[in-house]
Write a protein that binds this ligand. Structure first.
Ligand code: SF4
Length: 354
């Protein structure tokens, strides 16, 4: 049995031909699945009963199973989904005026083991398939329409910043971008899609040749090699000078500004020498710096910065010619904020106001 959701439009067309139907059926089916979110083939009303029966004999429309949704006080919602093999992943819905963003996972767990990240402490189970990545967006949209009563609610932006490292599952990530992007599906523009990496250099080069204008975000967290390697183990294999070269290459190919994410870990990466190193690293790279105050989780070895520490750090960064933004932490009360995705029930979380 085929899972129609796992096939792209060309593969669906080939399948239709193999079962004696016209290729045109593929776009009909694709629209029902990815635009209307329908999984019951009998509800595909513009397809004749004979063809619907044939489709049911040949395959089915897979779907992530929603196990829980945790609404935060700030409007964001954390989702727990079960995959077909029983594994679980999380996604987060983040509304901000007209912008409705979904933060998606790309792996079950993560092999990168970053020292500030709850997901990293889970270990790695497996990569997600492209349909499992894109379906998070479809399912979140569906849920939010029912939850808010707004039948027109549309997901406008997607960030690949949930569980896992996108650039070590790049083929599936790219395929999921095609799905999100399709005008007969969710129709989310490439420029509204951000792919984040901890600095997988071969992946950055490969993404530079990707035929979609996605945004690149690099989790830098320190521009001092030994410090970065301490919190991001993969930085030992992909050192800063090579990372800088790869990011420059990305900019030259794509002509798109890069975002450097900087997780603020008080008393670790917020000193004057850290700022000087950061200044040197970003100098000459058209980019912006996004400061993210650390979000604690059970067992974390760092603490959250105080409001004063955040303020002081951001002010000192403002001497750089780059745009500096402070990411407002969203969903921290339900374990949906950055680095917190590790299947904690909200009750397990320490509520630390940052
Ligand atoms: S920060 Fe990202 S890459 Fe690092 S362990 Fe967490 S999920 Fe993986």
């Amino acid at each position: 049995m085929y899972n129609y959701k796992a096939l792209n439009i060309k593969e669906l067309g080939d399948l239709m031909e193999r079962i004696g139907e016209s290729r045109f059926r593929a776009s009909q089916l694709y629209r029902w699945i990815w635009k209307r979110g329908v999984t019951d083939i009998d509800k595909m009303s513009d397809i004749s009963k004979r063809v619907r029966n044939l489709l049911k004999e040949t395959g089915y429309v897979g779907e992530l199973k929603l196990k829980a949704a945790y609404p935060s006080k700030d409007g964001s919602v954390k989702f727990l989904f079960e995959l077909e093999d029983g594994k679980e992943i999380e996604s987060v819905f983040i509304p901000d005026r007209d912008r409705k963003t979904v933060c998606v996972s790309v792996q079950v767990g993560c092999p990168m083991g970053c020292k500030f990240c709850a997901t990293g402490s889970l270990g790695f189970t497996r990569n997600l398939k492209s349909w499992e990545i894109a379906d998070q967006v479809l399912q979140v949209q569906k849920f939010m329409r029912e939850f808010t009563g707004d039948k027109e609610l549309r997901i406008t932006n997607v960030v690949y910043m949930g569980m896992g490292e996108p650039l070590v599952n790049l083929q599936e990530v790219k395929n999921s971008v095609y799905t999100l992007n399709s005008h007969i599906g969710l129709n989310i523009g490439s420029r509204r899609i951000t792919i984040s990496t901890v600095g997988i250099i071969p992946g950055i080069y490969e993404l530079s040749d990707f035929d979609r204008q996605v945004k690149l975000a690099v989790s830098l967290h320190s521009a001092i090699q030994w410090k970065r390697a301490r919190i991001v183990p993969v930085a030992k294999a992909y050192p800063l000078h090579k990372l800088r070269k790869a990011v420059m290459h990305y900019f030259e190919r794509k002509k798109r500004w890069v975002t450097f994410e900087y997780l603020l870990l008080p008393e670790f990466n917020d000193g004057e020498e850290d700022i000087r190193a950061l200044e040197e690293f970003v100098s000459g790279i058209p980019s912006k710096i996004n400061v993210i105050p650390f979000n604690p989780y059970p067992g974390a070895s760092f603490r959250a910065p105080t409001d004063r520490e955040i303020d002081r750090f951001v002010k000192r960064l403002q001497r750089l010619p780059h745009t500096v933004t402070l990411r407002a932490s969203r969903g921290g009360d339900v374990g949906g904020a950055c680095g917190q995705l590790a299947k904690f029930h909200p009750g397990d979380l320490r509520f630390v106001k940052i």
